[in-house]
Write a protein that binds this ligand. Sequence first.
Ligand SMILES: [Zn+2]
Length: 367
Amino acid sequence: MVNYTDYFSASYEVARRTFRNAVKAVDGELSAYLHPDARGAHGEKLTIDVGHIGRIDAPRQLIMISGTHGLEGFAGSALQIGWLKQLSARALNDEVGVLLIHGLNPYGFSHGSRTTVNGVDLNRNFIDHTAVPVTNALYAQLHPYLLPQWWDDNYRSACDIGIMDFRLKYGDDVYFNTFAGGQYLYPQGTCFGGFSREWESLTLERVVRTAVGHAERVAVIDWHTGIGEYGKPFYLNFGSADSEAQQHTAGWWGLDTGTGSRPHGRAQPRYQGLVFQGIESFLPQAIVAGGVIEFGTRGSVAGDLAIRQDLWLRNYGHRLSEDTRTQMHADLLDSLNPVSYQWREQVLTLGLPIIDATLDGLARWQA
Ligand SMILES: [Zn+2]
């Protein structure tokens, strides 16, 4: 039985403070990286906080991240804090180290948005922006329908018709790949990967290279919310099914192959610029396993709508009365970080054993 309020926080500020205290309580190595040009929703400073626990020089390391998508960080933060608090009651296997990255996108975490201060989806930002641009050929056709001028029935149903036409013409898998795979031309659009690497992305590179650059075997858990059934974990893995890393991941997480999961029932998009792909490139000497673990919120209706609602509020929210804007924002928060105690307890009850299983597997993973 877990008391979810011991681990979940109601704000970025409290989450950050609780995380830092929990790292100190287990004598972890603690550092913080200050956002150079943004402040939080309450004027507070924004930092990416990093805890390194256990044998920091061990050849096997777990990297566990919260807040890649800002407000989705409440669940990931709770799992990091829950794991740390339980750790204080027992020992960590001395074969492994654990690098905890708290609030990778602290701006979005504090302001209740998925994206960075620049409107960038950080989980599409880890590409070489100086190389040949990534193409998302059909995105231009879809873009006009994603952000209605007003978030009301008239404008939204006109857009919904455009989106439905696109889906009928190309099919649901192509639609989802276009919507979610990543695009690099429309800053107001969905899953915009930026024109250059974001501060958060460069900071993660610095932290990973410095802290675990020596590691030979690395597991990644990047916690997210919004895909999957209510309160259930949903796994997104990005390696080829027959790779060593993928087979280990599948074993730890109880998956058939570890690949081919279908977010919202659709084929997995050809994601560009993922945090996971970034970490692989920062650690060329290591085999990197793991991936993204989501916790479902409102089932299949959550994902696309939450992304669009977030963008709409960021771009056009000022057009609304304060009361309407407040209600819409509360709905967005609840759609990716449900208030219900049932959801929060289930995230902890199901999520904490996944961390233990990953660490057990990592400790047994022989070179
Ligand atoms: Zn996410």
